[in-house]
Design a protein around this ligand. Structure first.
Ligand SMILES: Cc1cc2nc3c(=O)[nH]c(=O)nc-3n(C[C@H](O)[C@H](O)[C@H](O)COP(=O)(O)OP(=O)(O)OC[C@H]3O[C@@H](n4cnc5c(N)ncnc54)[C@H](O)[C@@H]3O)c2cc1C
Length: 376
């Protein structure tokens, strides 16, 4: 006989770990399944940190969700005794008129977020950037970064504390509906039954839900860590997270934290098509050159020796919005994946929304823009 749960969560990365915690906290009998070890570096959430920006230039409709996520990161960090959110401020730098700073300003104004518009001279006077003549910036003091690897472990620990069962190194192979309206899930170790199934497999969504393969594209991205000439310039106490629209691409970076190197991400739109089942994650040589070019031109104080490179995957949808919805024809199955390279900051709130969906059938958040019907 299969062991039975209220909810099974497949994929314990950014989204799945928070869903397990939120479900277990509500007294739900939850099983979490993860094909690698918990906290691995093969998915989309590793590399220590992820930016959390409140003034969302991707669409001001995201602001309430990211505000709730920020609250939850702070709350959960307090519960575990190790902060998960670091309020270092965020600076979006872009060419005037490109829409990025303008949309971030719109989001700030629409939601009453603290912000400061800076011209090129003001940015260069404050931070070690060398910018183009028409660069402008929007600074948001309440933004910062989330400790993503730490957060997955912390949420898993909290889920266990509340009675969840979590199985690392156990891959879900498939699922089928049961006569009672639930699901039977098969793994490489056994089978389980539950009333509901949450699929949060990140880049593997196309394997578990083949109908979503045509609407999702997995791309490889690269993170680099470089020795700064004067580490104090990039210290957590006064250097913010940033996004930088440059002629060479749209880069992003972080203050020094838990690593001696300055962390810079390869261009947001410069990913290379990738198969998530590739056995190891080799960083892209092209990305390495792009990172170097950005440092040389715009952040020369961090253009020192290479200390590390890591490859990571984005799972893109055509409109770059997320997928959070029940599967058509199978209300007992919820999909929470493809976060198009900007999803981590929301994970704490997505976990809460998933727990609400699985237990009550609806969420306090308007998840309409993440619905599957937009692909039909
Ligand atoms: C380089 C890089 C930089 C980024 N920067 C930012 C940023 O600054 N800010 C931001 O908000 N977002 C950022 N993102 C995006 C963000 O990290 C992702 O949207 C987020 O991590 C996705 O979380 P996830 O839970 O969907 O995927 P994952 O964390 O990868 O979790 C999916 C999990 O499912 C498991 N799994 C898959 N298939 C199965 C199966 N069959 N059975 C069991 N388990 C399975 C996987 O092993 C994995 O652990 C970045 C992404 C990358 C790659």
């Amino acid at each position: 006989m299969s062991k039975t749960f209220d909810v099974i969560v497949a994929g314990i990365g950014g989204m799945g770990s928070t869903a397990c915690y939120q479900l277990a906290k509500r007294g739900v009998r939850v099983l979490g399944l993860e094909k690698f070890e918990i906290g691995h570096a093969m998915g989309s959430s590793h590399g220590l940190t992820r930016i959390l920006r409140l003034a969302y230039f991707e669409g001001e409709a995201y602001v309430p969700l990211v505000q709730r996520a920020r609250e939850l990161w702070i709350e959960t960090g307090k519960l575990t005794g190790e902060p998960l959110f670091f309020e270092v401020g965020a600076l979006d730098i872009a060419h005037e008129g490109s829409g990025i700073v303008e949309k971030a300003l719109e989001a700030s104004q629409a939601h009453g977020l603290e912000h400061e518009l800076l011209d090129r001279d003001a940015i260069e006077a404050r931070y070690p950037f060398t910018l183009d003549r028409n660069h402008v910036g929007l600074y948001q003091p309440q933004s910062g970064f989330v400790a993503s690897e730490r957060a997955i472990l912390a949420h898993t620990a909290l889920a266990l504390h509340h009675g969840a069962e979590i199985h690392g190194c156990e891959a879900m192979l498939g699922w089928e509906p049961t006569a009672g309206g639930g699901v039977r899930v098969t793994t490489d170790r056994g089978s389980y039954e539950a009333g509901r199934l949450i699929l949060s497999p990140g880049a593997w969504i196309g394997e578990l839900v083949p109908t979503l393969k045509p609407s999702t594209e997995v791309v490889l991205q690269t993170l680099g860590w470089f020795a700064p000439a004067r580490p104090s310039l990039f210290d957590l106490s006064h250097f913010p997270v940033f996004t930088l629209e440059a002629d060479e691409g749209h880069f992003y970076g972080f203050p020094l934290w838990q690593h001696p190197g300055f962390k810079l991400g390869s261009p947001h739109y410069g990913g290379e098509a990738y198969d998530p089942d590739t056995p190891s994650r080799e960083p892209s040589p092209r990305h390495r050159e792009q990172l170097r070019a950005c440092l040389a031109k715009h952040i020369p104080g961090a253009n020192g020796d290479l200390l590390g490179l890591k490859a990571c995957m984005y799972t893109m949808t055509p409109d770059e919005h997320f997928i959070i919805d029940t599967l058509p024809g199978h209300e007992q199955v919820i999909v929470a994946s493809p976060c198009s390279g900007h999803g981590y900051k929301f994970a704490s709130a997505v976990g809460e929304a998933l727990a609400e969906l699985a237990t009550t059938g609806s969420s306090r958040f308007d998840l309409g823009m993440f619905g599957l019907s937009r692909f039909s």
